[in-house]
Design a protein around this ligand. Structure first.
Ligand SMILES: NC(=O)c1ccc[n+]([C@@H]2O[C@H](COP(=O)([O-])OP(=O)(O)OC[C@H]3O[C@@H](n4cnc5c(N)ncnc54)[C@H](OP(=O)(O)O)[C@@H]3O)[C@@H](O)[C@H]2O)c1
Length: 353
């Protein structure tokens, strides 16, 4: 299967994205039995990721909860085991802001499992705190320090390095796990060819707050070289850019691997209550909370639909919005040249890791 052969989706307006009608596909009710399937969910310890893991485990999947803090992961795993009465959930250590850690996590996964049916690239960060080094590769250490202790809105205004996690870390993880995904798709281990999925949790911010140029390449340079561009963009635009990156990488995955049995879908999960606002200034967080009114039980619907529904298997290369509706992504997200340029940029960043 290559990219989606469905008729093009109709445009869902931004009002409807923010305040969606009642879902027609529901979780956990409409999630099928997942016995025999292995899922890897990044950022599964809280928020949308944790609830996604809970439903998958309840539906008999084997789940790897991949996150950076073992302590926080164990709390989530205990909670999920208690609430579902099932225990097929396992911790995988990964820091997506450290490419060496991403490789280690992928290698550990591959030492444990020969198959992977669904990878859910869920982890994300909204305005990382302006404290110290942001990444193990030393992106912008000084800038982080500058922001610390500056004006009250500093972390809201300037400090966002989400791109590291959202499209570079996830890009690398997906690529490292691709041989396992393809082996699963071919049925080399099970004897049964099947479609496998890569689900990328992006955001409507990929359109609403991305830079008007799409990707501002100067802001992706390492260290001080990127500061002027980053300051000009502000954290809001950098977050939008990182989410645009996820949509672009997802559609490039669809194009490159769609005919080998990989279904790649990106999505906006809806505005839901989670820990995502933890780095925002409290006043800004309070305002945003007034808009993000939905419980996380609704916020998992779109991810679970993309990751488990039969219908989504037809949607390779598509972008979904809340709750589990096909959506037309932004113009930049549909730009094939930008897609390829970003893919190449990612390739260059991960070389040597
Ligand atoms: N909630 C919304 O309204 C909304 C709207 C649009 C899009 N989204 C997207 O939905 C996804 C899930 O967000 P959420 O709302 O559930 O937020 P959340 O509660 O803050 O969860 C984010 C998860 O990402 C993990 N994470 C962050 N940095 C990481 C790193 N370097 N390495 C590994 N894991 C890392 C966090 O782990 P720690 O606990 O260790 O930090 C946490 O598990 C994100 O991609 C977010 O951008 C959410």
């Amino acid at each position: 299967m290559s990219v989606s052969k469905l008729p093009p989706p109709e445009r869902v307006g931004s009002f409807s994205e923010k305040w969606p009608p009642k879902p027609t596909w529901k979780a956990p009710d409409d999630v099928p039995d997942l016995t025999g399937q292995i899922f890897l969910v990044t950022g599964g310890n809280v928020g949308i990721g944790r609830e996604t893991c809970r439903v998958l485990v309840a539906r008999n999947a084997k789940v790897y909860l991949a996150t950076r803090s073992e302590e926080r992961a164990r709390i989530a795993i205990d909670d999920i085991c208690k609430s579902t009465g099932k225990s097929n959930i396992h911790f995988l250590k990964i820091d997506l802001a450290d490419l060496a850690s991403v490789r280690k996590a992928a290698e550990e996964y591959m030492s444990l499992e020969q198959e992977l049916h669904v990878l859910i690239n869920n982890a994300g960060v909204l305005y990382s705190p302006g404290i110290g080094p942001q990444t193990a590769q030393g992106y912008d250490v000084q800038f982080g320090v500058h922001v610390l202790g500056a004006e009250p809105f500093s972390s809201f205004t300037f400090a966002a390095f989400a791109y590291e996690i959202e499209f570079l870390g996830h890009y690398f993880l997906t690529l490292l796990l691709m041989p396992t995904l393809l082996r699963t798709a071919k049925g080399e281990v099970s004897g049964k060819p099947t479609l496998v999925r890569v689900v990328s949790v992006s955001s409507d911010a990929h359109e609403m707050t991305a830079p008007k140029e799409g990707i501002v390449w100067d802001s992706l340079k390492k260290g001080d070289a990127a500061l002027p561009a980053r300051k000009k963009l502000t954290g809001t635009r950098l977050y939008g850019q990182s989410k645009l990156g996820m949509v672009l990488i997802s559609s490039e995955l669809a194009r490159r691997y769609g005919d080998q049995g990989v279904v790649a879908i990106s999505l906006h999960p809806g505005g839901v209550k989670s820990e995502l606002l933890r780095h925002l200034h409290p006043i800004i967080a309070w305002i945003v909370e007034k808009i993000r009114i939905y419980p996380v039980s609704l916020g998992v619907i779109t991810s679970l639909y993309a990751a488990t529904s039969e219908a989504a298997l037809e949607m390779n290369g598509e972008y979904l919005t809340a709750w589990a509706r096909r959506q037309v992504p932004s113009k930049h997200a549909q730009n094939p040249e930008l897609r390829e340029m970003l893919w190449k940029w990612c390739e260059e960043q991960v070389s040597g890791f």
